[in-house]
Structure formats: C-alpha cells, structure tokens
Design a protein around this ligand. Structure first.
Ligand code: PGA
Length: 250
C-alpha cells in the first residue's frame, strides 16, 4: 500500500554535461510505474534536469530550502522558488546540513512548515552519529528529531511527507546498516508517528539512506518498514541507480 520511493541526492555534484548523460540514461532505461523516482540535483541544475525529465514520471526535488518566502537572504532559495521550477519534493534536515551548516531541529521544523505550505513533500532526514549509536542513544536522537517537527508542524503535515532514516555513520562510508538494524529503526520511527496518528504512520513512506548500492538494495527494500531509499554516491552512476530502482520494483 506504500508505493516505494527512490530518491537521488546528488549533493554538490554534476555539470551540465554529466547531468545530461546521467539523466539521459535514466530516462531511456527506467520505466517502473510501481516505483516513484525522485532526483534532487543542485539547485542551479533543477531547470536543466526538469527539461530532461519533463516527459517522464521522474519527480524533482530540492536539497534544502530557506523557510522564508522571499527577501534579503543572500544565497538562499525558498520553497516557492523550488515549486516554481517544477519541484514537488525537498530534502530537509540532511545530516550534512545539520552538522556542516548547524541546522537545529527547530530550524528543520521551520523549513518543514515552509515546504508543506508551498505544496512540496518534505523528505525529513533523521539519524544518529556513530558516537550516539555506541552510547545507545539512537532511539532517543531519532525520537527528538521527529518529535520536534511533529510538535511544530502537527502530525497532519505528515500526510504529505516522507521520512528518511540515515545513520550518519553509514553516509558515504560504504558501511550500510544491516537490513535488520535498519528495519528495527524504521519500525521505531513508525511507532513514534503512530503515537500521534496510527493511520498517518501506516501510510508514511520511510526511506533508508546510507551507502545503499546495487548489491545491498534488494535486501534492505525487502524489509517490511523500508519503503525505498535516499541514495547519494550511487545515484551518480546510472547503472547502479537503475539497479537500485529496479530492486524497489518487487
Ligand atoms: P550515500 O549518501 O548513499 O552516498 O551514503 C546518502 C545520503 O547522504 O543521502
């Protein structure tokens, strides 16, 4: 009942030329009506990718946004601008934003509200660091990251939201959570949402992210509460990304 979603997080990678090749290969080879596919390019390339995917079902998203609609915020991009360029999703609270750009839970919640208000589907990223896992604080961290957003945005806002569990220690490291580790946390995330609203929790897609590749995707996606993936490094390689999307088409 939850349609799988595979989201490509290109991060700060790509050129006009490489984007064209990558997206060209995806458009040519991906035809999976049972899987939602999302590409989140750097903001400067959204229009380029938009024109490349315009005749397909591939969705577009931003990698972050500024919570204000417009104004004197040099260098920033609003939800309305993402929407204007044809985006339907936006990644929020990615661990790189939280750590490198000091985004707090409150800041992520404000962005979440702006996304929902603009009609964008937020992909809310949560996840623990290695240190937090070793200290057995994983659930505490995730509960805090989600509750802060639920408290401010309301559980109803999750009717049109996606959650991505991305253990920080697995991002870009080649170390993936085992399917069992990931499933445990995904079930816990669904439980946290269910405490607020069981029906919304049951319908919310929860993606796994962190070193997903063509070899490990299928076993991760086979888990009951893993509804797809947020893919970084492997989303830049057409063959790998295509295999990952196919693995979700089970
Ligand atoms: P990775 O990145 O697949 O390269 O680990 C995932 C992410 O950061 O979203």
């Amino acid at each position: 009942m939850r349609k799988p979603l595979i989201a490509a997080n290109w991060k700060m990678n790509g050129t006009l030329e490489t984007n064209q090749k990558l997206v060209g290969a995806l458009v040519e080879q991906l035809n999976l009506p049972a899987v939602d596919i999302l590409i989140c390019p750097p903001a400067v390339y959204i229009s380029q990718v938009q024109s490349l995917v315009s005749k397909t079902d591939i969705r577009l998203g931003g990698q972050t946004l500024n919570q204000h609609d417009a104004g004197a915020f040099t260098g920033e991009i609003s939800a309305l601008m993402l929407k204007d360029l044809g985006c339907s999703y936006v990644i929020l609270g990615h661990s790189e934003r939280r750590t490198i750009y000091a985004e707090t839970d409150a800041c992520v919640a404000a962005k979440f509200i702006a996304a929902v208000a603009a009609g964008l589907v937020p992909v809310l990223c949560v996840g623990e660091t290695l240190e937090e896992r070793q200290q057995e604080k994983t659930l505490q961290v995730i509960e805090r990251q989600i509750s802060e957003v639920v408290k401010v945005a309301g559980i109803e806002a999750f009717k049109n939201a996606v959650v991505a569990y991305e253990p920080v220690w697995a991002i870009g490291t080649g170390k993936t959570a085992t399917p069992e580790q990931a499933q445990d946390i995904h079930a816990a995330i669904r439980g946290i949402l269910a405490n607020a609203n069981a029906a919304i929790a049951a319908a919310t897609r929860i993606l796994y992210g962190g070193s997903v590749n063509a070899a490990n995707a299928a076993t991760l996606f086979a888990e009951q509460d893993i509804d797809g993936g947020l893919i970084g490094g492997a989303s830049l390689k057409p063959d790998d990304f295509i295999s990952i999307c196919q693995a979700a088409d089970a």
